[in-house]
Design a protein around this ligand. Sequence first.
Ligand SMILES: [Fe+2]
Length: 307
Amino acid sequence: MTAVRQEAISDFSIEQNWQDYTEEEHAIWRHLFQRQQRLLVGRACQEFLDGFGALGLAADGIPDFGRLSEVLDAATGWRLVAVPGLVPDDVFFAYLARRRFPSTCFIRRRDRLDYLQEPDVFHDICGHVPLLINPAFADYIQAYGEGGLKALGLGHLTRLARLYWYTVEFGLIATERGLRIYGSGILSSAGESVYCLDHPRPNRIRFDLRRVMRTCYRIDDFQQTYFVIDNFQQLFDATRPDFAPIYREIAALPDIDPDALISSDQKLEPTPFSSPLGRGQKNGPQFDRGPSLGRKRLEDVRQHHNQ
Ligand SMILES: [Fe+2]
């Protein structure tokens, strides 16, 4: 399609040019959509599934951002902005603070279905957008954008980026039926949707803001630690206080490795899923390893490729 080759203007926005998607690109969407739709029932949190239905996301093909924006706007005042790929942090935060979600337009290639280095339209739309219909989560993302603009000025972006990574991208939520997924990086990954709930290896720890801000993460593999919230209001409440004193407080403390546990951690047990498409089934996804599909900061990607 031609949209990705357009010259982005200063805010990095481009036209989606929906009419230019090829049949092959829509077919890749259909493949990813149908696979993930089967997996997510019983794994994704109910709020995500509700948003999924309300948006009318379907297996037909890549959706038109204009149509999705109308539905979102009517529900929570959010709209989508098409961008060519990762955008600088200040641009990203400014969009979120204005209830604008920057979404990529391109879709991964058929030979790269599970090994994507950067978020694509499937990750952004099927992973992120459904929860923007939930009022508490919609408020959280806006507050996060406002917090990001402040963190840039304070020089603490690394710590704030960890909050986004471990909540928006790779968060789990506790429900009466067990742990469920709300993180977009997981929801758009067939392998990690299974791994995060079923595999005995990763840590699942109760959400603690300071703990999250101190925890490093990997962008080249499934996560080694997931943080579990009780509800979305908890996330919004966590972003209400001024982070400046918290940044100063944890600046004196060491970072925590992605797989490490500390004495104050409240660890939760996995809740193995008994779906016929779950672990060990012939036609279901196995614990294939691949890069994490979350939104990576440009700086993280550059560092990773320079290693
Ligand atoms: Fe993302």
